[in-house]
Structures are given as C-alpha cells and as structure tokens.
Ligand binder design. Structure first.
Ligand SMILES: Cc1cc2nc3c(=O)[nH]c(=O)nc-3n(C[C@H](O)[C@H](O)[C@H](O)COP(=O)(O)OP(=O)(O)OC[C@H]3O[C@@H](n4cnc5c(N)ncnc54)[C@H](O)[C@@H]3O)c2cc1C
Length: 299
C-alpha cells in the first residue's frame, strides 16, 4: 500500500511514543511522530526509578531517546498538535494545528493524560517537586521527612499505609470533613499520626519546595512533602470520537498488545494504564510498536 504518506503515525512523542517509534524504525517502517511537547512530568526536576536514567531530568531522558530514535532514517518527528483524525484502517487522515494533513495506514495514540490540579494556591507550582503522586518516583528523596497525604476517600487508609513505608512523620489532610470511616485508622501504628480535617487555604513554598500548609482558620502546619492523587482526563478526545472505549477509570481500553477495539488504532502509555511510570510507558510503546509491525506484515 504505497499511496499513504506513512505506515504509522504516532500521536504523542514522549516516552511511550518514542519507544514505539524505535521498534517501528528498526522494522524499517515509515513513521511520523507528532508531538505537542507537553509530557505530564515536565515540571519534575528529577525522574527516578528507570534503569540507567535514575535522577535524570525528564527532558534529558526524552532528548536522548529522540536522538536515538531519529537515527533511523524512516522515522520523522514534528512538533505539532493533532486536532482531528478521519477515516478508517489503512486509510486514516490526520489534521494538525499547523494546518498539515497526513495520511497513514495505522495510528498509535501515546498522548498521555492531563492531571487536573486542584485550585489550592501553591499546589500547581509545587506539583512534581514536593507535591508528588508516587512514592516509587519521589518517595526516597523525602524519606523520614515531615510528610502529608492529601486524600479524602476510602482509599486514604491504603495511601497512609503505603507512605508509612518511607516516613513515620505522617499526617493525613482531608481538606474538609472526612467522608470515610475514621475507625479504619485505629490500627495505624505510626507515632504522632493524625487526621487533619481543616480546609486548606494555601501551600507556602519556595520554588516548589513546600514549607507550610496554611488552613482557612488561619492556623499553619510545617511540611516538607505532600502526596496527592489528582483526577485526570485524556489529553485528547480523538480516540473516543473514533470509537475507542474508555474503562471506568478513564483509560483507553487496549489488549495486551496495545490494540484498541477500533481496527488500525493502537494506544500505549499513561492514556491506557494506571501503572504510571516512564518504564511502563516505554514497555507499552515497545509492545505496541512490535504489534503494529506484525499487523502490517500480516496485511
Ligand atoms: C509530576 C510527575 C512526576 C513524575 N515522576 C516520575 C518519575 O520520577 N519516574 C517515573 O518513572 N515516572 C514519573 N512520572 C510518570 C511519567 O512521567 C509518566 O508515566 C510518563 O510520562 C508517561 O509517558 P507517556 O508517553 O504515556 O505520556 P507523556 O509523557 O505525558 O507524553 C504525552 C505526549 O503526548 C503529547 N500529546 C498529547 N495530545 C497530543 C495531540 N493531540 N497531538 C500531539 N501530541 C499530543 C503531549 O504533549 C506529550 O508530549 C511522573 C508523572 C508526573 C505527573
């Protein structure tokens, strides 16, 4: 099928997308990566828990990845945003914000997710620095330090038990009256652990490094780190418009190879999985790249 511009267009050129592109480039496939340049971890100063790159900046990891991927001559990369996809398997047409139109046989969405940051002053500025979502990514750097967990749901107990592995100086902030059964916490054996139900007015920080939580009643509590799991949305609703189903959590449904239920459309990375890490995104991209190639060979 020579009349399409590309075998595969990869929408989203961060860890999952670049990883898929490497597999496809090594399979001598014509690939275009279109990337809007907004990876979710862009504000974090150091990325951890990815072999060979522990502590590197997010951009150092993606820049090295990009240079290695673009060494394969059949792979191209553009900074642009896809705003519409038309067509069907083997005959997709992709429109971008820069006014380009590309045709392709297959599509991979590696578009990530967009975190919905709560409207607490100081939260956005500290996100990924000292307001963190994952202990495996950033918990070691705050081990033994004065740590809060911002949560007010039935999962709060599990979050407290988990973070208690990294620090015993722990407070659960519910930012308003607790809606869960507080009796569940009776067996928590962390000395000094308490549940604070006061509403938060502001997070005081220096360049994203937390100093204090200020409550609406005017009281203040010192803090070094705050864990929070924030809600998210898909970065783009194009997969849903094309018929790709989302699961209850809001991830695109895929099989173990990254294939959606819509022919010719794959997805990989944060947009498909609650296992949120660079290594998981890279692994999912490798798999999707290989199985896109298998599909092209089979056809
Ligand atoms: C604050 C923070 C800190 C983190 N720290 C770590 C850590 O230390 N270690 C670790 O392993 N993991 C960490 N993670 C998780 C890790 O960053 C993600 O799992 C990983 O970035 C997912 O990769 P991805 O390629 O799926 O998506 P992303 O990296 O989010 O990239 C998606 C890309 O798709 C692009 N895109 C979206 N829509 C379009 C469109 N319509 N057209 C073109 N491009 C589009 C975006 O602009 C972006 O460049 C962190 C996450 C966050 C939020």
């Amino acid at each position: 099928m020579k009349d399409r511009d590309f075998d595969v267009i990869i929408i989203g050129g961060s860890y999952a997308g670049l990883s898929a592109a490497m597999a496809l480039g090594r399979a001598i496939r014509n690939v275009l990566i279109i990337d809007a340049g907004q990876p979710c971890n862009r504000q974090t100063p150091h990325s951890h828990n990815f072999l060979t790159q522990d502590g590197a900046t997010p951009v150092a990891i993606s820049s090295l990845a990009k240079s290695q991927v673009l060494a394969y001559p059949t792979v191209q990369f553009v900074n642009d945003t896809v705003f519409d996809v038309l067509g069907f398997d083997n005959n997709f047409l992709i429109k971008t914000a820069a006014g380009k139109i590309h045709t392709t046989r297959k599509i991979l969405f590696s578009t990530g997710i967009k975190d919905i940051i709560p409207a607490i002053p100081g939260f956005a500025e500290s996100w990924g620095i000292s307001v963190i979502h994952c202990p495996y990514c950033h918990g070691y750097e705050y081990k033994g330090q004065n740590t809060g967990i911002l949560a007010n749901d039935d999962m709060a107990i599990d979050f407290v038990k988990l973070i208690g592995n990294w620090t015993q100086k722990l407070t659960l902030f519910t930012n308003g009256k607790a809606v869960f059964d507080k009796g569940k916490f009776d067996k928590i054996s962390i000395p000094g652990f308490e549940i604070v139900e006061k509403e938060i007015a502001e997070l005081i920080h220096e360049n994203g490094h937390l100093k204090e939580i200020v409550f609406k009643d005017g009281s203040v509590q010192e803090i070094d780190a705050l864990y929070a799991r924030v809600p998210f949305v898909q970065h783009t609703d194009i997969p849903a418009k094309l018929g790709c189903e989302l699961n209850q959590m809001g991830h695109i449904k895929v099989d173990e190879f990254g294939k959606t239920a819509i022919a010719g459309i794959y997805a990989a990375g944060d947009n498909t999985s609650r296992l949120r890490s660079v290594s998981s995104a890279v692994a999912a991209g490798t798999t999707a790249g290989a199985f896109l190639n298998h599909e092209l060979i089979a056809e």
